[in-house]
Design a protein around this ligand. Structure first.
Ligand SMILES: C[S@@+](CC[C@H](N)C(=O)[O-])C[C@H]1O[C@@H](n2cnc3c(N)ncnc32)[C@H](O)[C@@H]1O
Length: 171
C-alpha cells in the first residue's frame, strides 16, 4: 500500500468528499449491501472497503500512513434496522475496542502523522472515551445539531501518552 491516508473503519464513506479517493485506503470489518427500513422508508446501506479487517489488528506496517481517520461505532445498542446497518454497534467491552483501535491507528502512522478521531456522545460521553484511550488529543471541536459529535486530533510521537491508561491495561 502506498496511499498516505487510512480510513480505519470507513462504513459507507459518508464523511468523504471524494468517496473513491486514490490517496486513501478504506478499511472496515464488514462488506455488503443491506436494505433496511428507516422511519418507514426503505434505504440501502452499502459498505465496500478496499480491505476487510479489524481495526484492532490492522494489516499494515508500522509508520505506513501520514493521516488516519478513526470513526468507530458510537452506539452501545441499536435495533436491527438502519442505525445498526449504517454505523454498527460497539461490543460490550467498548473501552477495550476503542483503546485498541486508537493504538493500532497510532502504530500505523509515521512519526508526526495525524490521527483524526470522530466520536458521537450517543451512549458514551467524551470524558469516558478520553479515559479509555492512551493518548491525549492535541485539540478538538464539537459539531452536530446538539454539539455532541466531537472531532479530535492526535499526532504520533507528539500527543502525550497517558501513563495511567497503560497501567490500567496491565491489571
Ligand atoms: C460510524 S461507522 C463509520 C462511518 C463512516 N465514517 C462514514 O463516513 O460513513 C463505524 C464503522 O466501523 C465499522 N467497524 C466496527 N467495528 C470494527 C472493527 N473492529 N474493525 C473495523 N471496522 C469496524 C462498522 O462496520 C462501521 O461501518
Amino acid at each position: 500500500m502506498t496511499a498516505p491516508v487510512l480510513d480505519a473503519c470507513c462504513g459507507s464513506r459518508m464523511m468523504w468528499f471524494d468517496k473513491r479517493n486514490p490517496h486513501a485506503v478504506y478499511c472496515d470489518a464488514r462488506e455488503g449491501t443491506w436494505r433496511v427500513m428507516d422511519r418507514g422508508v426503505e434505504r440501502e446501506v452499502s459498505v465496500a472497503p478496499d480491505v476487510v479487517c479489524d481495526f484492532k489488528t490492522l494489516p499494515f506496517e508500522d509508520g505506513a500512513f501520514a493521516l488516519a481517520v478513526f470513526d468507530p461505532p458510537h452506539l452501545l445498542r441499536a435495533g436491527s434496522g438502519y442505525l445498526r446497518a449504517k454505523y454498527g454497534v460497539l461490543p460490550e467491552r467498548w473501552e477495550d475496542e476503542v483503546r485498541r483501535g486508537v493504538r493500532e491507528c497510532m502504530r500505523v502512522l509515521r512519526h508526526e502523522g495525524v490521527l483524526v478521531v470522530k466520536w458521537s456522545e450517543c451512549h458514551v460521553t467524551l470524558p469516558q472515551l478520553l479515559a479509555a484511550i492512551e493518548w491525549e488529543p492535541l485539540f478538538g471541536t464539537r459539531s452536530g445539531r446538539k454539539g455532541t459529535t466531537h472531532w479530535l486530533c492526535l499526532m504520533a510521537g507528539v500527543s502525550r501518552r497517558r501513563e495511567h491508561v497503560q497501567e490500567a491495561m496491565a491489571l
